[in-house]
Design a protein around this ligand. Structure first.
Ligand code: FHN
Length: 452
């Protein structure tokens, strides 16, 4: 009799627990207070500028197949040129980056003023730049025969720059990466992600891509997000781990709390800068310097340094990060046009970096002469179009103002600040100090207040 009663109590207890626990139709994301999230995101928000690296077997084909140029991105060549899987995998035997120097790559990123590096651990072609025990289709099977990510990760940790990995969910190589055996591939992918989180030290960001395949769902993305964050709790993961990119595109969500409705810590507009940024959101624009992500021997359409720099400023003025891409050659060299642009940006940031790093978005809806970034008590006025009459008008600013000066001026010579009826007018030098972007600092009292 006692056993029967105990049995009934056990069933009752289990039913009670079941009703209290939420349905797990959507994986519960790790509970995190706003303060904990802000702490986890702090380095990334301060960074504002990262270097993207697309490197792999597609760097060998370099945008051509059997002597013919292939349209589209070089890293998509296997698909765009309809290369049979077994033919494409022959590239593994040609990949021998004898000129690869991880120390130089990280030193270049630092000279550029980038604070993190995101490198392709595995792109859509399925080839792994790291030593994976789960496949022979990796760096160990190349002529080079060594893990390519390990030296880069070690150098990043040594030179104090965050190492991050781009990993594609889409995979053209693994036999189960589509169709009814997809679950086998997911186990394989999760195993490789565990390798990346176990063998390369603290990882800043896992940057997913290829999430658009029909087999992959938001629920799987949330479960993966939760499990990865259990391995490295400080890890930051982009919105392509699930269906976040589609949701943000479709619903242009404004409310920062909405991000909890899908997995992913930041939005990922690609090759574009959203007109008003993504207010209330963490977001990062990723962009190529020419037109291609991977090395393309026929792509010489390089953006100018000025254009790239103004994009960095525009993005920061909207509260976003800039992930600027390089596509190294199969020999392991970063193309000289990329090096030149990165070094020029770094020279500008060496003088003006405080107007980018750790700043918040502009309080102005629009400035016809440039952009604005801000920190507590300071506005950084990024002047692209220098005023011919020497009068820099800051429209609608209502705050009490303090000193104004050109950030690059070592003596911080004070500039005259006047307050006609509305806004503020700063008298600036007749000759423009930096035609690409001269930063004028304006000290203000309290949080910025701008009349419409
Ligand atoms: O197909 C990829 C492409 O090759 C590149 O990796 C970009 C960068 O994020 N993502 C995909 C296109 O959206």
């Amino acid at each position: 009799m006692l056993g029967f009663l105990a049995h009934r109590w056990i069933i009752a207890g289990l039913l009670a627990i079941a009703t209290l626990c939420p349905a797990f139709a959507r994986a519960a994301l790790p509970e995190e207070t706003k303060q904990q999230r802000d702490q986890r995101m702090a380095w990334w928000r301060d960074a504002r500028f990262g270097m993207f690296i697309h490197w792999g077997l597609y760097s060998v084909s370099a945008g051509e197949w059997k002597g013919k140029k292939v349209p589209g991105y070089s890293c998509m060549l296997q698909q765009t040129a309809n290369v049979p899987r077994d033919e494409y995998t022959q590239l593994q035997k040609q990949f021998n980056p004898v000129k690869y120097d991880a120390e130089n790559w990280v030193a270049l990123a630092k000279r550029a003023g980038a604070k993190y590096i995101v490198i392709t651990s595995k792109h859509h072609d399925g080839f792994c730049l790291f030593d994976s025990k789960l496949t022979d289709y990796d760096a160990m099977g190349t002529l080079y025969g060594r893990d390519l990510l390990k030296p880069l990760a070690d150098e990043c940790h040594r030179q104090e720059i965050k190492i991050c990995f781009y990993h594609s969910i889409l995979d053209w190589h693994h036999p189960d990466a589509k169709g009814e055996r997809f679950a086998n591939y997911v186990d394989h992918m999760r195993g490789q992600l565990r390798e990346l989180l176990a063998n390369y030290g603290p990882i800043g960001v896992l940057w997913f891509d290829g999430e658009w395949i029909p087999e992959w769902t938001e629920e799987q993305g949330q479960a993966l997000y939760r499990d990865l964050r259990k391995i490295q709790p400080d890890l930051i993961i982009n919105d392509r781990v699930g269906r976040g990119r589609q949701i943000t595109r479709a619903e242009k969500r404004k409310n920062v709390d909405d991000t909890r409705e899908f997995a992913g810590d930041f939005g990922t507009p690609e090759q574009e800068i959203p007109g008003t940024g993504m207010p209330g959101w963490d977001w990062e624009t990723c962009m190529t310097m020419n037109d291609d992500w991977g090395f393309n021997k026929d792509d010489h359409n390089w953006k100018s340094t000025g254009d790239i720099l103004r994009k960095l400023v525009d993005i920061a003025s909207k509260g976003g990060n800039f992930l600027l891409n390089v596509g190294p050659t199969a020999e392991g060299e970063i193309p000289q046009p990329s090096v030149e642009r990165l070094e020029a940006i770094g020279r500008w940031l060496a003088v003006n970096g405080e107007s980018i790093y750790g700043t918040a978005a502009s309080p102005f809806a629009n400035l016809d002469w440039g952009r604005c970034t801000r920190k507590q008590g300071v506005l950084y006025l990024h002047v692209f179009a220098w005023p011919n009459d020497g009068r820099l008008v800051v429209p609608g600013l209502e705050n009490k103002t303090g000193k104004a000066y050109v950030l690059a001026d070592k003596d911080r010579k004070p500039l005259a600040v006047a307050r006609p009826d509305k806004g503020v007018v700063i008298t600036v030098p007749a000759t423009v100090p930096d035609p690409i972007d001269t930063v004028v600092v304006l000290e203000i009292e309290g949080e910025p207040r701008v009349s419409p």
